[in-house]
Design a protein around this ligand. Structure first.
Ligand SMILES: [Mg+2]
Length: 256
């Protein structure tokens, strides 16, 4: 085998490995990948660290120099890998939980960018670089076609098999209940205990308050919230917090 045919075989093998083990959540054609400068890559890596840790606090839009970086992160293998790590950490913790065994051992999941991925929508809207447009986003929600985040779907099923009672706590409106149920089922989610959406009384409440209040109600009903999964800190902080909280990556938007 000469050096050129050897190289060809190597490329074939690498191509097979990357296709079989490193799939992104959605498929984006290679020509849309970008070449950020080295300085931008370092800066945007640090920016992403600061928003994921919540050190950045409130932020409104992806910095312009990081738009390509965020695009490539979300459509490449890293987003999927990060999500898988969060699910692994969650499962490791879940295995340590001592069950009361009374059906009151709970796990709370957020929905958007936690169980379901809106990447097909955000791919058409700049991956967080455009100002959020509620009208077009709600039209997307009404389609009920958001795919599952693969790592979260797997975790969801594992937790159910272990005996956790699953609650879904979302910032979506009660008006969107039917399409949300339809989308969850379409994406493979089954047998949650309760789907909690914002009612009229929750209108205008910061997410962190609304979600804390609803977790408190669950605790008042006797549930122990062992774990909670969300892509926003407002899914996880506040009061009536879970014993352990698991933050999924989301460098596209921030919800207070
Ligand atoms: Mg979310």
């Amino acid at each position: 085998m000469d050096i050129y045919s050897g190289r060809f075989v190597l490329i074939l093998i690498l191509s097979f490995i990357s296709k079989s083990s490193s799939q992104s959540i959605i498929q984006i054609s290679p020509e849309k990948y970008h070449k950020s400068s080295a300085a931008d890559l370092i800066y945007c890596d640090s920016w992403r660290f600061s928003v994921e840790t919540n050190d950045a606090g409130i932020w409104t839009q992806v910095p312009s120099r990081c738009q390509d970086y965020v695009h490539d992160y979300l459509t490449g293998v890293r987003y999927r890998s990060d999500s898988e790590m969060v699910a692994l950490n969650s499962l490791d913790f879940a295995k340590t939980v001592e069950f009361a065994g009374n059906g009151k051992d709970a796990w709370v999941f957020d929905i958007d960018e936690t169980l379901l991925s809106n990447l097909p929508y955000y791919a058409l809207h700049g991956f967080g670089s455009e100002t959020f447009d509620e009208v077009s986003f709600d039209e997307w929600v009404d389609l009920a076609e958001a795919p599952a985040l693969p790592a979260s779907l797997k975790l969801y099923k594992e937790l159910q098999e272990m005996g956790f009672t699953i609650f879904l706590l979302t910032g979506r409106s009660e008006i969107q209940r039917n399409v949300t149920v339809k989308n969850l089922q379409y994406s493979g989610y089954r047998n949650w205990e309760k789907l909690i959406l914002r009612g009229p009384a929750d209108s205008g409440k910061p997410a962190i308050v609304y979600k804390s209040e609803r977790r408190k109600l669950l605790q008042d009903e006797g549930y122990t919230i062992h774990g909670s999964s969300g892509d926003q800190w407002s899914d996880l902080l506040g009061f009536a917090v879970a014993q352990r909280s698991f933050k999924l990556p989301n460098p596209m938007y921030y919800i207070a």
